[in-house]
Design a protein around this ligand. Structure first.
Ligand SMILES: *[C@@H]1O[C@H](CO)[C@@H](O)[C@H](O)[C@H]1NC(C)=O
Ligand SMILES: *[C@@H]1O[C@H](CO)[C@@H](O)[C@H](O)[C@H]1NC(C)=O
Ligand SMILES: *[C@@H]1O[C@H](CO)[C@@H](O)[C@H](O)[C@H]1NC(C)=O
Ligand SMILES: *[C@@H]1O[C@H](CO)[C@@H](O)[C@H](O)[C@H]1NC(C)=O
Ligand SMILES: *[C@@H]1O[C@H](CO)[C@@H](O)[C@H](O)[C@H]1NC(C)=O
Ligand SMILES: *[C@@H]1O[C@H](CO)[C@@H](O)[C@H](O)[C@H]1NC(C)=O
Length: 647
């Protein structure tokens, strides 16, 4: 019995080899694919046997066409060549997941009209949502997660009427979510993209975790959309330096710009109307509003504004309680209503909330930070604001006002139009940008150190979130530190993603930031200035190693020169200074908090680097001799860039 079965099997196999049961065309397509696509050695397709017996290939019962092709994790590299896989017109399942395939999905994928399942996750595909895929109307499962797809998710996804599972997480899709409703969708995930705006009703049934990690999605399972900044237009995460024209906005057609403008105007008008009506109603209900408690040392919004606005806002106790509170010595005179009318643009999304650039009607530009997940009471919030509002220093971005209501907590800061150190250091590297020269790096290091020292000493405030995107620049490359002192608002539940890469080791355990953990973060910042490497980027050679340990390992191997940013090579006579700053940075990132210097010492040490250098082109960070570094007034731009200097 068993023997005859084996004989039968053998004869089938032999016959299978001999008989012309070969999907000839499909075999050609597969061979064309594998010849043009680099892959791991273990994927060996022997041309002299039937394609149906190849690894990863399954044919139909008559061996007349390829039915499924599954090549997960076989080391395929590069783009899928056109006129290869797309020719498998009878294919039902295609899995190419977990390879290193890149480029765009070829247009001829649309020929695989019978495809039911398409698994392309975990590759490096780029480009927009593939048009060809929206034509595969029999698709049941589509997984494009963990690639580098960008652009908007097209409404044409609705053409896939049989879709039950759609996975788009971990890409760079942007714009609004279309109202996707292909019948029986049971599984859906768009987390970790750059989407914004309202989650359509058709998708609201999916859990919040299917939407998290986007730029600014709201509604549905997520918190409701903010009435002040209704779904702002997509925008770059970091403010780009002003000199570089924004390509994005150029691409918008005039019609689109007009449409957006008209739509925002209408929305703003409706919101304003609604607010006025609500307040009027409250006024009628409360003819004798009780006077709200006067907040010490704050100036109410109406101080410098016209009385007509007071008529609307100032009347009711509710509105009075929920108004913008300005700090003394501020330069602004606008109120909530003005902010409501402002045009807003997303500047960036951080762990504590989203920052907007708001341009008020009269032309003033401010940064509005919308805090999320504030846990403290209103009183505690106000007390912390009082502390932060008092901090005034030329190297600290001033907090100008705040707003607190049950649903909304807003902070108003000055807008710094020169952008952040992070953008300057890491933005558009290599594409003809002007590198940040050593003088300016030193200037930034010293001015940021002074700002932080002021915060620690005069303000008694722990910054809690030192990183290069919180170091903003003034003209002349003086630095200003922003985003300080917010940790107390979030209790002990500091989001774990906060300051990754800059976080002192002890903070992981204690979950508490301290003056010394600020010093650690500042040390990482110094290393970042010196190496040009972002502490949270994975490009430090070994995966999972952080910047301080990477620097330590390179220095230990006595390759000190190799740690420095290549953009700094070619400047003369700076090696000594770079090594000194490196030593300061490394003392700041000591694992043991007590071994780190305090910020006053850090400032002094950085100032001493400057003093030590007396012959050529001596520099200091401040033009004002009263600011600490004594009396050298250097010629500006003293250190000449490599081009104009004899090699
Ligand atoms: C391919 O298959 C033929 C026939 O089965 C066999 O003789 C040959 O050795 C195989 N080649 C490789 C490289 O495995
Ligand atoms: C196999 O081929 C026969 C005759 O050509 C056809 O009747 C049958 O439907 C085919 N079976 C499959 C599974 O395609
Ligand atoms: C693929 O589709 C195009 C047009 O859609 C057609 O011209 C071409 O012949 C198709 N190729 C195959 C192999 O079906
Ligand atoms: C989607 O379907 C509509 C109508 O059914 C059609 O006009 C459109 O071309 C389709 N889009 C794609 C990308 O197939
Ligand atoms: C993702 O695509 C963008 C262009 O769209 C490219 O600049 C970037 O390097 C890609 N990232 C990765 C990790 O491939
Ligand atoms: C969506 O994907 C993210 C990231 O892969 C994951 O953390 C989350 O649990 C997923 N949510 C759902 C509902 O599948």
């Amino acid at each position: 019995m068993a023997v005859s079965f084996v004989l039968f099997l053998v004869s089938v196999l032999i016959l299978g080899g001999r008989v012309d049961s070969e999907p000839v065309q499909d075999k050609q397509a597969l061979l064309a694919f594998i010849r043009q696509t680099p892959h791991a050695n273990r994927l060996q397709w022997n041309e002299s046997v039937s394609a149906c017996d190849w690894m990863g290939v399954q044919c139909d019962g008559n061996r007349s066409f390829v039915f499924t092709l599954r090549l997960p994790g076989v080391g395929l590299v590069g783009p899928i060549p056109p006129n290869t896989l797309g020719q498998l017109g009878q294919l039902r399942v295609l899995s190419l997941r977990s390879n290193r395939l890149s480029g765009q999905i070829p247009a001829d994928f649309s020929n695989m009209t019978l495809l039911r399942s398409l698994y392309l996750q975990d590759n490096k595909f780029t480009g927009e949502f593939p048009d060809s895929v929206t034509r595969l109307t029999r698709l049941n499962r589509l997984d494009l997660s963990s690639n580098n797809f960008s652009g908007s998710i097209p409404f044409a996804v609705n053409n896939l009427t049989h879709l039950t599972r759609l996975f788009l997480a971990n890409n760079k899709f942007s714009g609004n979510l279309p109202s996707i409703n292909p019948g029986d969708l049971v599984d859906f995930n768009v987390s970790n993209n750059n989407l914004n705006g309202l989650i359509p009703d058709t998708l609201a049934k999916f859990p919040a975790s299917a939407f998290t990690g986007n730029l600014d999605l709201c509604g549905g399972p997520l918190p409701p959309c903010n009435p002040f900044f209704p779904s702002p237009a997509p925008s770059p995460i970091l403010p780009s330096p002003p000199a570089i024209p924004q390509k994005k906005s150029k691409k918008l057609s005039t019609a689109a710009v007009i449409a957006i403008a008209v739509a925002s105007a209408i929305v703003a008008f409706l919101l304003l109307l609604c607010l006025i009506l609500c307040l009027r109603r409250q006024k009628r209900l409360q003819p004798k509003p009780e006077k709200p408690p006067v907040m010490p040392r704050t100036v109410a919004a109406e101080a410098g504004t016209s009385s007509s606005k007071d008529d609307i806002i100032g009347g009711s106790a509710e509105a009075e309680r929920n108004r913008l509170v300005f700090f003394e010595g501020g330069i602004y005179s606008f109120d909530l209503e003005d902010l409501l009318r402002a045009s807003a643009e997303v500047l960036g999304k951080g762990s504590v909330g989203t920052s907007y650039k708001a341009v008020l009607e009269e032309g003033t530009t401010v940064v509005v930070k919308r805090l999320k997940d504030v846990v403290v009471s209103k009183k505690e919030f106000e007390m912390q604001m009082e502390v932060l509002g008092k901090i005034k220093h030329e190297n600290v971005v001033p907090l100008r006002a705040y707003y607190y209501s049950k649903d909304e907590k807003l902070l108003v800061y000055d807008f710094m139009r020169d952008g952040s150190l992070s953008a300057l250091l890491h933005g558009s590297r290599g594409s003809g940008r002007t590198p940040l020269d050593w003088d300016n790096r030193m200037r930034i290091a010293l001015s940021a150190a002074r700002g932080l020292a002021h915060l620690h000493i005069a303000g008694k405030v722990i910054h809690g979130n030192i990183k290069s995107s919180n170091i903003l620049l003034k003209p002349e490359h003086d630095a200003c530190i922003s985003d300080f002192g917010l940790n107390p608002l979030f209790g002990n539940t500091m989001p774990p993603s906060r300051v990754a890469g800059y976080r002192a080791p002890e903070v992981l355990e204690t979950r508490k930031v301290t003056f010394k953990s600020d010093v650690y973060s500042f040390g990482v910042l110094l290393l970042e200035l010196l190496t040009g490497k972002a502490p949270n980027q994975a490009s430090l050679g070994e995966e999972g190693i952080d910047l301080p340990r990477w620097v330590q390992s390179v220095v230990r191997e006595e390759w000190t020169a190799e740690v420095f940013d290549v953009e700094l090579m070619g400047y003369n006579n700076i090696e000594e200074e770079m090594v000194q700053l490196l030593q300061i940075g490394m003392s700041c990132v000591s694992t043991v908090p007590d071994q780190r210097p305090n910020m006053a010492e850090v400032v002094r040490m950085i100032e001493e680097i400057n003093r030590g250098d007396t012959d050529d082109g001596l520099r200091q960070s401040s033009d004002d001799p009263s600011k600490g570094s004594d009396g050298h007034t250097p010629p500006t731009g003293s250190r000449t860039p490599p081009r104009s200097v004899t090699p």
